[in-house]
Write a protein of this length. Structure first.
Length: 454
C-alpha cells in the first residue's frame, strides 16, 4: 500500500504542468544621451525589440549584452541600461555618453613595421618618422557612416579620402564604402635578405609611387556576421634601379610600373564581448583573395583566423589566437610574397624579422589578470568617462612558414616559438599599448612595445 501511494505521487509530479515562467513584455525602448546618433540605428544593434515578451529571469543578461553591443559600435564611451514601469507599461531605457564625432587623429608613427625596428635597427632616425593628420567623422548622419580625410608628411607622403556607409536599406543590412589614396617614398624595402627587409633610398626621384582606389560592399544579416566584397585597383611605379638592378622581381620581369587588381571576399563572425579588446567569446575571420598583375602573374590566397577568449575566474582571462594563410601560386612578384611578420600576423619575439613565402601558421596563447579597472570621471563633454584598464599576462607563441626557394631565409621552413611576460594598457577611444618582454627560439630576448591589441 505504501509503495502504491509513493508511485501515485511520483506519477502526479511527472504529469503535472510546470509552473508558468514569469515573462515581461517590452512596451517601449528609449534612449538618452544620443545627441547625434539616431535611435533607429541603435535599435538595430540590440538583441531584443519593442513589443517582444521575454523571460523575466533572462532580462539582466540580455541588457548586459545590449550594453556591450552599443559600446561596440565605437560611437559611445559608455552605455548603460535600466528598466522601469509607467502606467503599468514596461520600459527599457539606455543611457549613453557619445564620443566626439569628429576626431582629429594626429599621426606620429614609424615608417618601419614596429617601434623596436625603428629604435634598434634604424637607430631612431627622425627622417623615418611620419607626421600627419587624419580627420575622421565617425557619425556623419547619425548612423555610423564614416568620412575620412588625411594627409601625411615625412618618410611616406600620403593623401587619403574615404567614405563608408554601413546601411543603405530599410532593414539596415546592406552598405557601401569607397576610398582613394596616393603615397610616395624616397626610400622603401625592395627585397628580403636573411629574413630582414633591405632598403634603397634615392634623392632625385621617389623610390616608390602608389595610387590606389577601392570600393566595397557589406552585407550584415545578423549582429555578429558580416560579409565584405572588395575590389581594389593599384598603380605601382618604382625607381629604375630597383627594376633593372636591385630586384627585377619586385613587380615581375623587370617592370618599372604595374597595375594590380585585387579581389577580396571577407567573412567575419564576431561573438566577442568587446570588439576593441576582447576578453570573452569567439571570433572567426576568413579571407579569400585574388591578386593579378595586369598582363602578368596572378595569385589566389586564403587567410583564416579563429580567436577564443574565456573568463574562467574573476579577474582572470585566457585566450588563443590562431591564424594561417596559403597562397596557391608560388611564382609571383615580390609584392605578393608578404607572409608572416607584417601587420597583425607577427610572432612575438620575432618583431625584427619577416618570413616571406606561400604558407604560414601561427598560434598565440595568453593568460591575463586584471591589475587596474577604473573609470575616471571628468566634467568635459565627450570625455566624461575615461576608462583605464591594465592587465598583467604571460604568453607563448608558435609558428611555421613555408617557402619553396628558401635561399638564405634561415627562419623559413622551421618550427618557431617564443614566450614571455607583459602588460596591456587599454583606455579611452580604443587606445591600446602592449609592453612585452619576450624570449624566442634563437635565444634572443628584448622588450617590445606595440600600440595595438592582440
Amino acid at each position: 500500500m505504501r509503495f502504491l501511494l509513493y508511485f501515485t505521487v511520483c506519477l502526479l509530479l511527472l504529469v503535472s504542468p510546470a509552473p508558468a515562467q514569469q515573462r515581461v513584455c517590452i512596451d517601449s525602448i528609449i534612449f538618452e544621451g544620443n545627441h547625434r546618433t539616431q535611435a533607429t540605428f541603435m535599435e538595430r544593434e540590440l538583441n531584443f525589440s519593442q513589443g517582444q515578451c521575454l523571460p523575466a529571469d533572462s532580462l539582466p543578461h540580455l541588457l548586459q549584452v545590449a550594453e556591450q553591443r552599443l559600446f561596440n559600435t565605437q560611437l559611445f564611451n559608455q552605455a548603460t541600461a535600466d528598466t522601469f514601469t509607467t502606467e503599468g507599461l514596461y520600459v527599457v531605457r539606455f543611457t549613453v555618453k557619445e564620443r566626439f564625432p569628429i576626431f582629429p587623429k594626429p599621426n606620429l608613427e614609424f615608417a618601419d613595421r614596429n617601434f623596436n625596428v625603428w629604435w634598434t635597427e634604424q637607430h631612431r632616425k627622425l627622417n623615418r618618422l611620419n607626421v600627419g593628420l587624419t580627420l575622421l567623422h565617425n557619425n556623419v548622419n547619425g548612423r555610423r557612416d564614416i568620412l575620412g580625410v588625411g594627409a601625411q608628411l615625412g618618410y611616406t607622403k600620403k593623401f587619403l579620402l574615404s567614405y563608408e556607409r554601413p546601411f543603405m536599406d530599410a532593414r539596415k543590412q546592406h552598405g557601401l564604402g569607397a576610398s582613394v589614396q596616393y603615397l610616395q617614398n624616397l626610400e622603401f624595402s625592395y627585397i628580403t635578405d636573411s629574413n630582414k627587409l633591405r632598403f634603397a633610398r634615392f634623392e632625385t626621384q621617389p623610390a616608390l609611387r602608389l595610387a590606389e582606389a577601392a570600393i566595397w560592399y557589406t552585407y550584415r544579416p545578423q549582429f555578429a556576421t558580416r560579409h565584405i566584397l572588395k575590389t581594389t585597383l593599384q598603380q605601382y611605379s618604382i625607381h629604375d634601379s630597383i627594376a633593372n638592378l636591385l630586384n627585377p622581381d619586385y613587380l615581375g620581369n623587370g617592370r618599372t610600373s604595374a597595375t594590380v587588381l585585387n579581389l577580396e571576399y571577407r567573412l567575419e563572425h564576431n561573438k566577442v564581448d568587446n570588439w576593441n579588446y576582447p576578453l570573452k567569446g569567439s571570433r572567426f575571420i576568413g579571407i579569400a583573395a585574388y591578386q593579378q598583375v595586369i598582363k602578368g602573374a596572378g595569385m589566389p590566397s586564403l587567410h583564416l583566423q579563429y580567436d577564443y577568449y574565456r573568463n574562467p575566474f574573476p579577474k582572470w582571462y585566457i585566450s588563443s589566437i590562431s591564424r594561417g594563410r596559403i597562397a596557391f601560386n608560388k611564382e609571383v612578384p615580390y609584392i605578393f610574397q608578404r607572409n608572416m611578420g607584417y601587420d597583425y600576423d607577427v610572432m612575438r619575439g620575432y618583431e625584427y624579422f619577416v618570413m616571406d613565402g606561400s604558407i604560414f601558421a601561427l598560434t598565440r596563447a595568453n593568460i591575463k589578470r586584471t591589475l587596474i579597472d577604473r573609470s575616471i570621471k571628468l566634467p568635459i563633454k565627450y570625455f566624461q568617462v575615461v576608462p583605464v584598464r591594465v592587465y598583467a599576462k604571460v604568453f607563448a607563441d608558435a609558428g611555421y612558414t613555408y617557402r619553396k626557394d628558401i635561399g638564405n631565409q634561415y627562419l623559413n621552413n622551421k618550427f618557431l616559438y617564443s614566450y614571455g611576460i607583459g602588460l596591456d594598457i587599454v583606455t579611452l577611444y580604443d587606445i591600446k599599448i602592449r609592453l612585452e618582454y619576450t624570449f624566442n627560439r634563437e635565444g634572443l630576448k628584448d622588450l617590445y612595445i606595440h600600440k595595438s591589441g592582440e
